[in-house]
Design a protein around this ligand. Sequence first.
Ligand code: ADP
Ligand code: MG
Length: 258
Amino acid sequence: MDPVLSLKKVGFRYDGFWAIRDLDLDVKPGELLAVLGPNGSGKSTLLKVVDGILTPQEGEVLLKDRPVSGYTRSDVAKEVAMVAQETHFYFSFSALEVVLMGRFPRLGRFQFEGARDMEAASRALQATQCLDLAERSIHELSGGEKQRVLIARALAQEPTVILLDEPTSFLDLRFKKEIFDLISSLTHERGLSVVVVSHDIDLASQYCDRMVMLKDGRVYSTGVPEEVITASNIKAVYECPVIIDKNPAAGSPRVSLV
Ligand code: ADP
Ligand code: MG
């Protein structure tokens, strides 16, 4: 199957400093891909390059076989939705209003949301089990609820690729599982492609089809979780000695600090 998203030797530098370099990556339809790596290894920069927020100085990003550089902002947004690391709202929007913001790239100039947008928003709220939150203020929601609403906003965009930047960072165990269950159903049941940046290595191994581990802005290891989550890779990349065994329930690699 042709990849929906391809990075070819992509490099991005802030001022004089290369945050990612020489990066090759393919994402296939229906695939759940994890991006791992320590702080500062270039994970967020990678997502921003894919989303077209940052334009790489080297290489190119292909979206459905066409260079992203040739897309308009709203055309990128019809294919790619980003759930950013920290999203603040200055106004006390309702969850429904936040989700409707996802429709913005699909509206014409000076056009208000119509029936089709409302339908897309309510489908997205339903898929993320947020229907009963629709009228609540985004400021009142718990971390897990807010994260689900932000994923609903991404879904309302009706993209083919969703990018999530550390969606489970501040969540308790149950909500972490809920978010991974949700993104796994989006890929494996609905055929969306999801790229998720995460520090929850065990959970990512349990849910993701493939992983990419970054070190200093370059791909250090890539493959199925068993290939990427090895003691030697983690020692080299996170500078931390670990023991890897298997999650007794899922059989996926499990990391224990030594
Ligand atoms: P990660 O998400 O893996 O923690 P980032 O992609 O945010 O890493 O950052 C990669 C590197 O680029 C880091 O060294 C960071 O300090 C640097 N960086 C990130 N954003 C900027 C910026 N706006 N200006 C300059 N340097 C930046
Ligand atoms: Mg980051």
